[in-house]
Every structure is written in C-alpha cells, then in structure tokens.
Design a binder for this molecule. Structure first.
Ligand code: UFG
Length: 342
C-alpha cells in the first residue's frame, strides 16, 4: 500500500479525494489546520471508509512544523496539494493574504519534496487560469489569459513554480484544472462546508431550499446563451476525487510514460444557471424561491471543458450525472442542518 500526503484533506475536494484514495487501497495522511474546514469531516471520512485518517493540524506556511510531518513519514510516495484559499471575491479584497498563503505554502512543500526526495505531486489548479477563454470547449492547449483575480493568479503562478522546480528536480507532476466541482458523497457524510455565506451556485441553491437563505438570485438573464443565463461545467466532486487517484496511479505505474502534465477536469458539458435550478427542483421534487438579478461583475459568459485528454490518458471514468450532483448536494445540506459544527 503506498502512502499519500493530502494537504487540505478536510476541505471539500480534499475529503472526497481521500475517500476515493482509501477505496483504492492508498494509505493517506492529511495536513489541515481547519482555517477553512471543520474537523467533523474527519468523522465523515471514518464513517464512510472505516479508516481513521491521521491529520496534522498545522499551517503549511510554517516550514518547520511541516517538516515534522515529513520526518514522521519518510515513505511518502506522492502528495496531492489542495490546501489553499479559494474565494475569488475575498482574493480581490485581500490580495496579499492570497499571495502569501497560497504561494508560501507551495514553496515550502516543494522545498520539503526536494529534501525528502518525494517523487510525485498532483496540484490543485483551476479553470480560472484560462481567464476569459478564447475558445470553447476549453482544451489544455487553450491559451491562458490574464488572471481575473488574485486567486486565479495564485493558480497560474503555482503552476509556473512547479514547472520551473521540475526542471531542476526529477519530480513527476500533474496540474489538474477543475471546472465547477459540486455535489457530495452519496452517503451525505461529507460535503461542501462554505465558511460564511456561500458564493457558489450549488451551495446557495441548497441553503435556499432548506430555508437557511431566503432567495436565490440568478445573476443575469440577458447573456448571449440558450436561455440568457451563464454556462458552466459542473462536475461531481467524487469524479474530481477519482481523477486524482487515477493521476497518482498513472504516475506511479508509468513514471516515464507518455502522459501530459496538465489536465482539465470537467464533465465536458455546459449547463446554464437556469438549467441547474430547474434540475435541482426536479430531482428533489421541490420549488426553489429564486429571482433574476443583475449580472455579477467578473462573471464570464460561458466556460466548459474538453475533458478527453484526462479521460484517455488517466483512464478516468466519470460516474456521476448532473442529476446526481443536485440530489447529493441537497442530501448533504439536509444532513448538515442536524450537525453541530465545532
Ligand atoms: N450564480 C448565480 N447566483 C448565485 C451564485 C452563482 O446566479 O447566487 C451564477 C454565477 O453568476 C455563475 C454560475 O452561477 O454564472 C456559477 O457561479 P459559481 O460562483 O458557482 O462559480 P464560478 O464559475 O463563478 O467560479 C468557479 C469557482 C472558482 C473559479 C472559477 C473559475 O468557484 O473557484 O470557477 O471561473 F475560480
């Protein structure tokens, strides 16, 4: 069984990936300081997998504390680096917080990768690196544009830092660019836990459905799209998790193989905001309180992925539908209403 270090293991995508890794026979250790997550997620992982994941409650910006993890585990074969701040709006208001947190943690990690001779790294990137994409669907060869936010810029810089580092250290790495992850594990034991008021569409929908939020605003209905609302590529978070397991397996089994370093992780289908709302209502058999509102500044009109490269190279299968996303997200929200957050 090979050992994987997951940073941000209690976060949304990190926790779902840990479940998939464990189900595929990996041993997992996690680093998460709960700055944007909650320890109850560790209970959820245990309930699903029967395994207690050992989590180090430390800040990756603290090099010495992070080094301790590598000293305790000299047999780490791969690292999946999720830990980062990810709120676009917050990054615009507090750019230095984002540059410091997202980049110092990464350079610390790379320093330790070199010192402890770790071979494999998967980096959590984002479709935001494409900026206002010049073509649809977006392929990995679509040129990246100027970042629209400091958050997106940290992802562009993170990718570049890893690429440059790998020129002087024999690191196998993959940069996975996520489109719009949504949904929750089907057990409803883990899911998305937004801090404060959610900004993203699906948690906003689920909290409106439970009555925690009064009304959903659909931002803009005059875009040049099929129904006037924006188009995005929603992908089930367990499918995103599965891609990380597939990426690690590919790197381990075929270290010098003919695989690329950059992959788009999307479902490959563009869905409108209105379609998301209607599908949610339909699969959960309820009426959502929603209204049209002004466009949200900074939103791109449409973005969706060409995911063929990831499907083919990583031998990655997508197992969940758009309907599964909407159903599981709501089940998680209902479960969450009964949980006491610490
Ligand atoms: N939307 C609404 N109402 C809401 C929330 C969102 O209509 O209350 C709309 C947005 O206007 C957008 C769509 O739903 O058209 C999706 O919005 P999200 O905020 O869920 O997702 P984004 O596509 O804006 O952002 C995502 C990730 C970011 C990433 C970005 C890259 O959440 O981390 O993609 O484009 F940077």
């Amino acid at each position: 069984m090979s050992k994987v270090l997951v940073t941000g293991g209690c976060g949304y995508i990190g926790s779902h990936t840990i479940v998939d890794l464990i189900n595929n026979g990996f041993e997992v250790i996690s680093i998460d300081n709960f700055s944007r997550s909650n320890p109850l997620i560790l209970d959820g992982i245990k309930a699903i997998t029967g395994k207690v994941v050992s989590n180090y409650n430390i800040d990756l910006c603290d090099l010495e504390a992070t080094k301790k993890v590598f000293e305790d585990h000299t047999d780490i074969e791969g690292i999946i680096h999720f830990a980062a701040y990810k709120m676009v709006g917050e990054s615009v208001e507090k750019p230095l917080l984002y540059y410091h947190n997202n980049l110092v943690s990464l350079t610390n990690l790379l320093q330790l990768i070199e010192e402890f001779r770790v071979q494999n790294l998967v980096f959590s990137s984002s479709c935001s690196v494409y900026g206002n994409a010049t073509e649809l669907p977006v392929t990995e060869n679509t040129l990246t544009q100027k970042a629209e936010s400091p958050y997106a810029h940290t992802k562009q810089m993170g990718e570049a830092i890893i690429e440059n580092f790998a020129k002087c250290y024999p690191l196998k790495y993959m940069l996975l660019r996520y489109f719009n992850p949504a949904g929750a594990h089907e057990s409803a034991q883990i899911g998305e836990l937004p801090i404060d008021r959610p900004q993203n569409l699906v948690p906003y929908i689920t909290k409106t459905a439970t009555g925690e939020l009064e009304q959903l605003s659909i931002f803009g209905n005059d875009y040049p799209t099929k129904d006037g609302t924006c188009i995005r590529d929603y992908i089930h978070v367990m499918d995103i998790g599965g891609a990380h397991t597939a990426a690690l397996k590919r790197m381990q089994q075929d270290p010098d193989g003919d695989w690329a370093n950059i992959y788009n992780l999307g479902a490959g289908v563009g869905r409108s905001v209105l379609e998301a709302v209607q599908t949610f209502e339909q699969v959960n058999n309820l009426q959502l309180n929603w209204t049209y509102a002004d466009r949200r500044p900074g939103d791109v009109i449409a973005v969706y992925a060409d995911n063929q490269k990831a499907v083919n190279d990583l031998n990655w299968q997508l197992n969940y539908s758009f309907e599964d996303i909407m159903k599981s997200a709501y089940q998680w929200e209902l479960t969450l209403a009964d949980k006491v957050l610490v």
